[in-house]
Design a protein around this ligand. Structure first.
Ligand code: DX5
Ligand code: ZN
Length: 216
């Protein structure tokens, strides 16, 4: 069984002060930093690119959990790897040759992740499970923080956890979108072992208490 990890998403941080956000995450004891890269095409919003990964790499030793919400992610894998990402997760819906891209990520010495939108079935991932280190189940439609979790998405977490057990694999299952203290419990019970938290983390006044409650 994997230990639970909280990955605070800097999408909910002050965009004028990402250095402070990284320091807050480190101080809370959270082990990962979730970085949402959006291109205005795969999702309606635009955020940041590899430059920010490179800048934060200098500020934190934490695992940089980069979530690419961009079309044709194969074009940017090397850039994010060079910038210092530890894990690179891209969307199954955005890439024709997902297996090839997963192998490329691993060949660069990084953890390879695949993400699926709420409307994509978990079964779509069956054949590529041996090639992933992380499966990210979107629990909202990607693009914006602060949305409510779609509860039906947790059924996919359960399915994926069963598929993982059946295949005797050990990839992590991450949930992303609308994860707060209540939904985190549900996601954990469903089999998730990485909980991405944007608003719930940055709006929390006692961040260390929050992390201690769920991590480990
Ligand atoms: C949504 C992003 C999430 C986002 C989650 O498209 O992928 O990582 O930061 O934010 P909250 O936790 O506020 O729903
Ligand atoms: Zn994300």
């Amino acid at each position: 069984m994997n230990k639970t990890i909280i990955s605070p998403s800097i999408l909910a941080a002050d965009f004028a002060d990402f250095g402070k956000a990284a320091a807050e995450i480190d101080a809370s004891g959270a082990k990962w930093v979730h970085m949402d890269v959006m291109d205005g095409s795969f999702v309606p919003n635009i955020t940041f690119g590899p430059q920010l990964v490179r800048a934060l790499r200098k500020r934190t030793q934490s695992f940089l959990d980069v979530h690419l919400m961009i079309v044709q992610p194969n074009r940017y894998i090397r850039e994010f790897a060079d910038a210092g990402a530890d894990g690179i997760t891209f969307h199954f819906e955005a890439e024709t040759h997902a297996q090839k891209v997963l192998c490329e990520i691993r060949s660069l010495g990084k953890k390879a992740g695949i993400a699926i939108n709420p409307s994509t079935p978990a079964s779509m991932l069956e054949e590529i499970l041996p090639f992933i280190d992380l499966a990210l189940i979107m629990t909202v439609n990607p693009g914006f923080g602060g949305q409510s979790m779609i509860p039906q998405c947790l059924e996919k977490v359960e399915k994926l956890a069963k598929m993982r057990e059946k295949a005797k694999l050990n990839f992590r299952i991450s949930v992303d979108g609308g994860i707060n203290e209540n939904t985190a419990v549900q996601a954990k019970n469903a089999g998730a072992d990485v909980l991405v938290m944007g608003s719930a983390f940055f709006e929390h006044s006692a961040k260390k208490t929050l992390i201690d409650r769920f991590q480990g």
